[in-house]
Design a binder for this molecule. Structure first.
Ligand SMILES: [Zn+2]
Length: 702
């Protein structure tokens, strides 16, 4: 779906393109007909999981699907068990009939239409049923009838999951963008082999249960970190950029139909404690998707607000904030007078402090802080510093002006993923009691540095994740919590990275032309053995990392999806890499080889559109490792949504009614039509009376 958000109201001239189906751009990726049900066909649910339903009837004004342009507002919607009686949704869910909403949107049917600026305009009539749930396992049929006799059918399935809690705690590690190929490369540079035999292995290698998960989005086969996180946390497929919602076509990114997340369900049903740790800015997609519900992962301010207040603009579940929130991203906490961009222009450090959180801003404060308080730790302005810069090329942190107080100064005492995760375990274990805890710990910059084609930094981040796993296991054992903790390690998607040999960097330097330089790459028997081990001196004290990042023979490694790039296959000692840049005289979205990058290497033509400055995600399945109670269910090959259902099964979150206990429905509890802000943006709570309260969001939709 490519919405045109900036266009004037000028109607595009009709263009009959006679497309069989849209692919590059889609009218709405979940809706192949003119009647749309969200959640769409083929979606699964956890019994008792809250969700919203959005119905849309589309009336295209022009283009290959043109109608009279008047959307049917008399549509009807029924739901019933497969083979059973279907009832109107209001009767089925015992809710009031929602009001009709109207809007219009524009989209391009394909690249030719975009080039010709021939947009297709669609008028929409819609209704949204908020916070409903299905409790009985089995197959359901939801039917939207519109334009007289046309129908759209969604087949839904409520999984029959045993309601026995099998683990007290869950520690979920996400290596963002991490693939088996990257784990293999990281192992090669950090662990020594003799005659092809590893003398030590990664912490992940010691896990006995391994699975593979397929990462497709709902309407595209390549995923991003937003909809993949949504799948992992909610069991529902979603669209690129969407967090905890099915993306609708409305102009407001925050009114899309929500699905309840693992953190919300765990908190609601068991009162369990939740911890969120990431090396990204904490409003980023992977941490944000645990509590945020928006079609636009760029709603950073609203994501931060959702961490502490949950969803308050629509009827939804109660949420009282995580017990641990650690990461970067002061830019969405500091008030605007310090340069921050926050929700409703608030100082979110103050919002968290007022709610009773301890606040910490650097590694020593983190180490010293009490483990008995709810704690917010923000350690840099945006993404946190990389392991390679914190531990090896430490001068790169000088002058970063990254201090989390937003008042200038450097953030050169940032903790790593290990320090954050170990403290988070301490706090959760101290505070959780019998209810247990759920901790998500993300190594975010595996992905971010792979995007920048900075393989060494990405592998450093991956090795830091592995080191964190190793020390977390020891920490749990020390606290006598290891036997109660399911540990799951996975990724949200991959990148097309691999190692294909080694590079004699001295020989490459001595060659004149690009074609000659390519002879420095040694394949098969000429690849030799890893040279990253056991030379030089260690600044850091652990054996799980390379001791030499600048050997003569480096890895020949790379990427299928790339901009134009020059590769010299050497570590980027001056800080994270910028492989492609603009060139004077060309448009700003036209990227070429960065003239200052990869000096001495050879140029490789890009494989991506020329407006791409970085690499992109790829199709590959990603690994799942599991240990501890209930870990046996994680073996095999399955979809990313199954990770949610497996964790939910292990935590006993399925709510199937006992025979005769109640019918298909039981009263849901939570917040009812609460809105936080008056339209004049005064801070405070306000009870909306409308059936479909309008969210008052600064600046409108993105
Ligand atoms: Zn990414």
């Amino acid at each position: 779906m490519q919405f045109i958000r900036s266009s004037s109201a000028a109607a595009a001239t009709a263009c009959m393109l006679a497309l069989a189906s849209a692919q590059t751009f889609q009218r709405l990726d979940t809706c192949k007909s003119l009647g749309c049900i969200l959640p769409p066909d083929q979606q699964d649910f956890l019994a008792g999981q809250y969700f919203d339903i959005r119905l849309e009837v589309h009336a295209p004004v022009n283009g290959s699907e043109a109608t009279d342009g008047i959307p049917d507002e008399g549509f009807t919607f029924t739901i019933g068990k497969l083979g059973g009686e279907a009832k109107p949704a209001t009767e089925y869910f015992e809710v009031e009939e929602p009001v009709i909403e109207n809007w219009d949107f524009q989209w391009y049917e394909d690249l030719f239409a975009r080039d010709a600026e021939k947009a297709s305009v669609v008028n929409v009539a819609s209704k949204a049923y908020r916070r409903v749930a299905l409790y009985e396992p089995g197959d359901y049929v939801a039917t939207l009838t519109y334009n007289g006799s046309e129908t759209t059918v969604a087949n839904w399935h409520v999984r029959d999951i045993e309601q026995v809690r099998k683990t007290k705690n869950v520690l979920l590690f996400i290596g963002d963008g991490m693939t088996t190929n990257m784990i293999t490369a990281a192992r090669l540079i950090a662990h020594k082999t003799i005659n092809g035999r590893y003398q030590s292995t990664m912490a992940m290698d010691k896990f006995r249960t391994i699975g593979h998960q397929m990462t497709h989005s709902i309407g595209s086969f390549i995923t991003d970190s937003a909809n993949s996180a949504t799948a992992l946390y909610t069991g529902h497929k979603s669209s690129v950029n969407a967090l905890g919602v099915y993306a609708d076509s409305s102009p407001d990114s925050l009114d899309d139909p929500k699905v309840e997340t693992i953190a919300e369900i765990f908190h609601r049903i068991h009162g369990g404690k939740v911890g969120i740790v990431s090396t990204a800015f904490i409003a980023d997609a992977t941490p944000g998707a645990l509590t945020a519900h928006t079609r636009d992962r760029g709603d950073y301010g609203a994501v931060i607000d959702s961490f502490i207040h949950g969803i308050v603009n629509y009827t939804w579940t109660d949420w009282s904030g995580p017990d641990v929130l650690f990461g970067g991203g002061a830019e969405n906490f500091c008030s605007p007078d310090l340069g921050g961009e926050t929700y409703m222009d608030l100082d979110y450090y103050k919002v968290f402090a007022d709610a009773g959180y301890n606040l910490v801003y650097n590694a020593s404060e983190l180490d010293a802080t009490s483990s008995s308080e709810r704690t917010l730790g923000i350690f840099s302005q945006s993404n946190m510093a990389k392991w390679l810069d914190r531990q090896v090329y430490t001068d790169n942190l000088n002058g970063n002006e990254d201090a989390p107080n937003c008042e200038g100064g450097d953030a050169n005492a940032q903790p790593g993923l290990k320090e954050m995760t170990l403290k988070a375990i301490d706090i959760l274990e101290t505070r959780a009691g019998d209810e247990g805890w759920f901790l998500m710990s993300e190594a975010a910059s595996i992905d971010k540095q792979m995007h920048a084609l900075d393989y060494d930094r990405a592998l450093g981040e991956l090795l830091e994740l592995d080191d964190t796993i190793k020390h977390s296991i020891q920490k749990l054992k020390d606290l006598d919590a290891y036997k109660d903790t399911l540990i799951v390690i996975t990724a949200d998607h991959g990148h097309g990275f691999d190692v294909f040999g080694s590079v004699d960097t001295q020989y490459m330097d001595a060659q004149e032309t690009d074609r000659e330089k390519r002879t420095a790459i040694g394949t098969y028997e000429q690849s030799g053995e890893s040279q990253y081990m056991n030379t030089g001196s260690l600044r850091y004290s652990d054996s799980n990392f390379p001791s030499n990042w600048e050997p003569r023979y480096t890895l020949a490694q790379g990427f299928g999806a790339r901009p134009d790039v020059r590769e010299n296959f050497r570590v980027h000692k001056d800080g994270p890499r910028t492989p492609a840049t603009n060139v004077t005289g060309f448009p700003e979205d036209d990227y070429f080889v960065n003239p200052e990058d990869g000096i001495g290497g050879f140029v490789m033509n890009g494989s991506l559109p020329t407006d791409a400055a970085q690499g992109v995600h790829s199709l590959t399945d990603v690994p799942v490792y599991a240990s501890g109670p209930c870990s046996e269910v994680f073996g095999g090959t399955y979809g990313n949504i199954d990770v949610f259902y497996k964790i939910a099964e292990c935590l006993g979150l399925s709510q199937v009614p006992a025979a005769g206990e109640y019918g298909a429905q039981k009263p849901v509890k939570g917040k009812d039509n609460w809105g936080k802000y008056e339209k004049e943006k005064k801070y405070g709570y306000h009870h909306y009376s409308e059936k479909a309260p309008l969210y008052c969001k600064d600046g409108g939709s993105k």
